[in-house]
Design a protein. Sequence first.
Length: 495
Amino acid sequence: MAGKHGGRTCPKCGMNLGQKHLCPICDKPEPEQQHGGRVCPKCGMNLGQKHLCPICDKPEPEQQRGGRVCPKCGMNLGQKHLCPICDRPETAPEQEQPRGGRICPKCGTSLGQKHLCPICDRPERNHDAGSSDVFRTASSPVDKADAVNRYRAAAEHGDADAQYNLGGCFFYGLGVDENKSEAVKWWRRAAEQGHVEAQYELGECFSKGSGVDRSASDAVKWWRRAAEQGHAEAQYELGGYYYSGLGVDENKSEAIKWWRRAAEQGHVEAQYWLGNFYYSGLVVDKNKSEAVKWWRRAAEQGHVEAQYWLGGCYRTGQGVEKNETEAVKWYRLAADQGEEGAQYCLGRCYFNGWGVGKNDAEAFKWWRKSAERDDSEAQLWLGMLYMAGRGVEKNEAEAAKWYRRAADQGNAEAQTLLGNCYLYSLGVTKDAKEAVKWYRRAAKQGNTEAQYNLGLCYSQGEGVKEDRVEAVSWYRLAAEQGHQDARNKLKEMGL
């Protein structure tokens, strides 16, 4: 349950509690009091005479610290001072320590290095209420239920973090039966107090109809509140709703504004989409150098599509100086993540020697990976390698198989080559009618070789009734696009 708890820091554990720095005894700002024997300005009690509970601010006799639970926070007051991070006794129970050096006795984490969430023991900005280790320190269902009870006790006293955490427990069924409506109730209470993560989660609930009726306008309302507090994910979502006109009037400039804010905080998807907009000139003026800048930032975070597009920019010199070696680097990073376009392009680099030594076997390897993910261009090239026996043993049947897979996806060149397989019995049984079928499909897409071959079929009566007029019409279409053999045929026919 990610949370940015504001600015308050506990003087015992160094945790940022979300408000200004309050005294743990009387809940007032520290500059207003000193507890070394002075009188508490809240209750008037001589603090040197009676031991007050640092949790609920009541004298010990009212609590019977031998084993009772604090009525405010649910802590067992009969134990030593417990670490708020891992719920184990601290090594120096009453000593105030600076944030730079305190170590959690259970996990060994320096609490001064990163602001850890007291619930899941992870840095607050990087964890998720839905993670299975929200209760990583709880070893049994009883422990988890006890944790929920403690959240509830604090939440009912108005603690925003506890309300947010309790909402997460209900939403994901952690230590309690899943109840998304109850989750929304607690997240709303925290959100109304300004809890930024609760505001974001509430927006998510309204956007998806989880535990509440779907409402794009309410999603926008809560995302805006979180976005204005700097929540990057809320900024990204808000940008998307402005772009699409969901829950708010469409405003693409406003969308770019929020995406830019998210991107500047390192939001990887926002960075990727800013790159897309600058590359295409949608919404913003086209600027391929700016596109490269944002794609690079996303690519360095491992964004696979950004890596692929950045590789393309380096290979073609768009927005950046051409560098085929750098292109191969980014293609490989994306290809290793399974991006079929990058796998195809990496195969082309190996086949043509772009930024790497020519290697048909490596080209075959990457094209096969891409082809198996249904990239039609990779299927086409894989078929050609099988047909030519380059990088792999020659196999006309395998070639025809991959041509067909690409042809079925509408690849015009593959349709033409598959037509050749049927006409000339390459890896399949000769079938001139089937050849004409595939030539026609490719020819209608403007493939000049298919148009020429179809003209030949009509001239010679292969797979179709001989028809000079029809042959001439297909020859002309190919010739008009520069097909030299088609032009020669027309001359032979006196046309």
